[in-house]
Design a protein around this ligand. Structure first.
Ligand SMILES: Nc1ncnc2c1ncn2[C@@H]1O[C@H](COP(=O)(O)OP(=O)(O)OP(=O)(O)O)[C@@H](O)[C@H]1O
Length: 269
């Protein structure tokens, strides 16, 4: 793997650091040798062909893979210098601090207001809920759209609005990090641009890691990019790995590997 990121990330604060990380589903080695650092208040994009393990790595960062019985890792993932998989770490608390937005907008079948208030209430928020709901919706650039219909169902919003509602729901519990797994895959181009604009605002407060199949999105919206690829072993098992990780402009303009060049210019994948 080629990476100039270790030194770059150290210039700012490092939020995640993985060390010789291998990720398995049962005996299947899904992703190997992941050693990266994710810088604070930045947007890091994971790109690469289908099945190379982008989502698998992303879901390790908030221990969402723990819900899969066969999942296990070796190597380490540090979150703010703490071993994220140490026995004393509570995965539920991890998921509060490290939120997630999924490919398909998935608001709860509740009102817009309740979609936001649900999480804070669950973690015992005692402050002014109206104020919190307004703040979260403003941070997700949805307030102007919905301020007069907070009691309407979240599921009745347009797809793009639903995704911004899910982002508002994620920020409402005041996370440290927001993970996004192809958050614009189900959105039209205008909604996609709105979410991309929103990302630039959100990174002032949060660290964002985003999986995307959209090369323009990665080059427009991210500060750093990891390009993953996949290779088959003798038994035909296909294992993902990071080919190259660097500042986004380097990955898109002067990558060091031919595979990266071919992928970002749309010649494979
Ligand atoms: N729950 C699971 N059980 C077993 N194997 C899995 C599971 N989830 C993912 N995999 C396998 O792990 C590998 C990586 O999958 P992953 O979804 O992380 O790739 P990806 O790069 O995000 O792909 P895509 O771009 O298609 O979403 C694939 O071979 C996939 O089949």
């Amino acid at each position: 793997m080629t990476t100039n990121m270790q030194s770059t990330a150290r210039q700012t604060e490092t939020i995640f650091r993985t060390q010789d990380l291998n990720i398995y589903y049962g005996n299947f080695l899904a992703v190997k040798d992941v050693s990266i650092e994710i810088a604070k208040n930045s947007i890091t994009a994971f790109i690469g062909p289908s099945g190379c393990g982008k989502s698998t790595v992303l879901r390790c960062f908030n221990r969402l893979n723990d819900l899969i019985k066969t999942f296990h890792i070796d190597g380490k993932i540090f979150y703010r210098d703490q071993d994220l998989y140490a026995p004393e770490i509570d995965p539920v608390e991890v998921r509060r601090q490290i939120g997630m937005v999924f490919q398909k907008p998935n608001p709860f079948p509740k009102s817009i207001y309740e979609n936001i208030a649900f999480g804070p209430r669950l973690v015992g928020y005692k402050g002014d809920m109206d104020e919190l709901v307004e703040r979260a919706l403003k941070q997700a650039a949805l307030w102007e759209d919905v301020k007069d219909k907070l009691n309407a169902m979240g599921t009745d919003l347009s797809g793009g609005q639903q995704q911004r509602l899910c982002i508002a729901r994620a920020v409402a519990v005041q996370p440290d990090v927001i993970l996004m797994d192809e958050p614009c895959a189900a959105l039209d181009p205008i909604s996609t641009l709105k979410v991309e604009d929103l990302l630039q605002e959100l990174k002032e407060r949060y660290t964002i890691v985003i999986v995307t199949h959209n090369m323009q999105q990665a080059s427009r919206a991210s500060d750093f990019t990891a390009f993953y690829n996949v290779e088959a072993n003798a038994k035909g098992q296909r294992t993902g790995y990071i080919v190259e990780y660097d500042r986004t402009e380097v990955i898109f303009q002067t990558p060091q590997h031919q595979a990266t060049q071919e992928y970002v210019s749309g010649r494979f994948g």
